[in-house]
Design a protein around this ligand. Structure first.
Ligand SMILES: *Cc1c(COP(=O)(O)O)cnc(C)c1O
Length: 225
């Protein structure tokens, strides 16, 4: 996967094959793992070949950037499923609801309230995941693991938000598997079926531990500039 001559479409095929192998190794159906191609920082001309190859599920981390690239790509390619995987500011909720099919980063009560309010106004209801800060890192977004159960209950009972998934980004300097296992445990005890975990460096471990969505950027698109 370090071969510089490979195109993004060839790397996509390699990553998909590796995802399938990891699923089979874990005794899982490869179709149970969705590959979210993380296209952040890449422009529409870099993304189009991957769409032409038939891939439809993408991740972006900034609302503003997605707003520039995706409306036009959606016009050219039907059936796109776009995931927001970066932090969401309250004042960008309306744009996010209009742009994204999945918001993976619900991480605080004020955001949940704003999403609920705007969903009613706009009549749009993207799938919602809660981001859990499994490493309890100061600088990282996400609900602390100890507060996750209560937060999920409040999303449901106070804000009427159906949370269908959990997402995490393990600390860069630690083995990721304990974080994936922790996320899986929180999901299981809350009856949540979707686990968004694993990136270019560790998606195989994540699949081993139950990931239903892996978010892979550089292994497909190459290094970000
Ligand atoms: C950038 C990013 C990814 C993809 O990272 P790679 O290491 O390039 O695969 C996955 N998840 C989130 C939240 C990201 O911001």
């Amino acid at each position: 996967m370090t071969e510089p001559a490979l195109s993004s479409v060839e790397r996509l095929a390699e990553v998909r094959a590796a995802v399938d192998r990891a699923a089979e190794d874990a005794g899982r159906d490869p179709a149970s793992v969705t590959l979210v191609a993380v296209s952040k920082t890449f422009d529409a001309p870099d993304i189009a070949p991957v769409l032409e190859a038939g891939h439809r599920v993408f991740g972006e981390n900034r609302v503003q950037e997605a707003k520039v690239k995706w409306p036009e790509l959606r016009e050219r390619f039907g059936g796109v499923e776009l995931h927001l995987i970066g932090p969401l500011q309250t004042n960008k909720v309306r744009d996010a609801l209009q742009l994204f099919d999945v918001i993976e980063t619900v991480d605080r009560e004020s955001l949940a309230a704003e999403i609920a309010k705007e969903m009613k106004k706009l009549g749009r209801s993207p799938a919602l995941y809660v981001q859990v800060n499994t490493g309890e890192e100061e600088q990282k977004a996400g609900i602390p693991p100890k507060e996750a159960d209560a937060f999920l209950a409040r999303c449901r009972d106070v804000h009427g938000l159906p949370i269908t998934g959990l997402m995490c980004i393990p600390p860069a300097d630690e083995p990721p598997s304990p974080h994936f296992a922790l996320l899986a445990k929180i999901a299981a005890r809350n009856g949540i079926g979707i686990l968004s975990m694993g990136m270019s460096a560790d998606f195989e471990e994540a699949i081993q531990l139950g990931a239903t969505h892996v978010r892979v950027g550089s292994a497909i698109f190459g290094r970000r500039g």
